[in-house]
Design a binder for this molecule. Structure first.
Ligand code: NDP
Length: 290
């Protein structure tokens, strides 16, 4: 019921993964470049491998979570024949192309590959609040699902190994956009000595209301019809002048606002002034020629 697992990479995330596997009752073998990071896990019952090969040989499923894909290759390249027949679950953050290349490389070694994107911080691992996106070998996902479920909510996106990093980075882009907007708004509020905490009482329900409009915008993108009776690019272009002017008045930076202003202005210049904001998706997909 609890097959053995190996974890390569014991940084903040890798340690959380290994700890969760141990708690779930898996025999867990770990390896990390800096051996000292395995000490706490050893005390919790982990087997500490002294080489990468020893860690790989210990389990049919090998999870790897290190700095980047370059490091994944550096580590696995030394492993030789031992990879063959195993399931490599790569939970390192990277790009869709990196995942596809790594999947092909792993397949060339006779192993199966599942890519994973962790949408959580280490403290959330082991709870259903931790979403982990997977793509690549569906066979590996099905076989390893009982084990992977222990890490959090497991969502399989498809056989293309690039899908997990694609969705991962897209969701993070949306998150950074929201954080960026909130940081800018809070800097505005703080420049007038108003408490940020008090501002969130208005900001949170406002953002929730705005988030509710995303499916309508997505619909416009999917059908390619950006006409609007809500708010045109031209009216947003006019409004943006006030944002930038207010930044000057308040003595704050407009760095987070000017890229959006430039995109809206490009849309108007390209003849899309009567379209709604969803048109920006097409503008982003077709970068201005420099
Ligand atoms: P850490 O910086 O805590 O750990 C990095 C890990 O990579 C360590 O195990 C480190 O080994 C290893 N490493 C780095 N360079 C090399 C190398 N040249 N050879 C061998 N091992 C190397 O990072 P995290 O654990 O936080 O992140 C790991 C991955 O998880 C990243 O891809 C990150 O994007 C992703 N992730 C992290 C989240 C988080 O909140 N922390 C959230 C979602 C994804 P050593 O100990 O020897 O330095």
């Amino acid at each position: 019921i609890h097959p053995p697992v190996s974890v390569i990479g014991l940084g903040m995330m890798g340690s959380a993964l290994a700890q969760t596997f141990l708690k779930e009752g898996h025999q867990t073998t770990v390896w990390n470049r800096t051996a000292g990071k395995a000490d706490a896990l050893r005390k919790q019952g982990a087997k500490v491998a002294s080489t990468v090969n020893e860690a790989i040989a210990a389990s049919p499923m090998v999870a790897i979570c290190v700095l980047d894909y370059g490091t994944v290759h550096e580590i696995l390249e030394e492993s030789g024949e031992i990879l063959a027949g195993r399931a490599i679950v790569n939970l390192t953050n990277g790009t869709p192309a990196q995942a596809r290349r790594t999947a092909a490389w792993v397949a060339g070694r006779g192993a199966e590959y599942l890519d994973g994107g962790i949408m959580a911080v280490p403290q959330m691992i082991g709870t259903t609040g931790a979403l982990v996106l997977y793509s690549g070998s569906e066979k590996v996902f099905q076989t390893c699902q009982p084990t992977l479920k222990g890490l959090g909510t497991a969502n399989f996106l498809g056989e293309d190994p690039g899908l997990a990093p694609l969705y991962d980075l897209a969701l993070l882009s949306a998150m950074y956009g929201m954080f960026g907007g909130f940081f800018h708004a809070t800097a505005m509020i703080r420049s007038e000595q108003i408490k940020a905490g008090a501002f969130t009482e208005l900001a949170v329900p406002w953002l929730q209301t705005m988030a509710a409009s995303l499916p309508r915008m997505a619909q416009a993108v999917d059908v390619g019809d950006h006409r609007t009776n809500v708010s045109s690019l031209s009216i947003n272009q006019t409004g943006f002048v006030h944002f930038i002017e207010a930044c000057r008045e308040l003595g704050i930076s407009a760095e987070l606002m000017t890229p959006i202003q430039e995109l809206i202005s490009r849309g108007v210049a390209e003849g899309y002034g009567t379209d709604g904001l969803s048109r920006l998706v097409e503008l982003i997909r077709n970068p201005a020629s420099v």
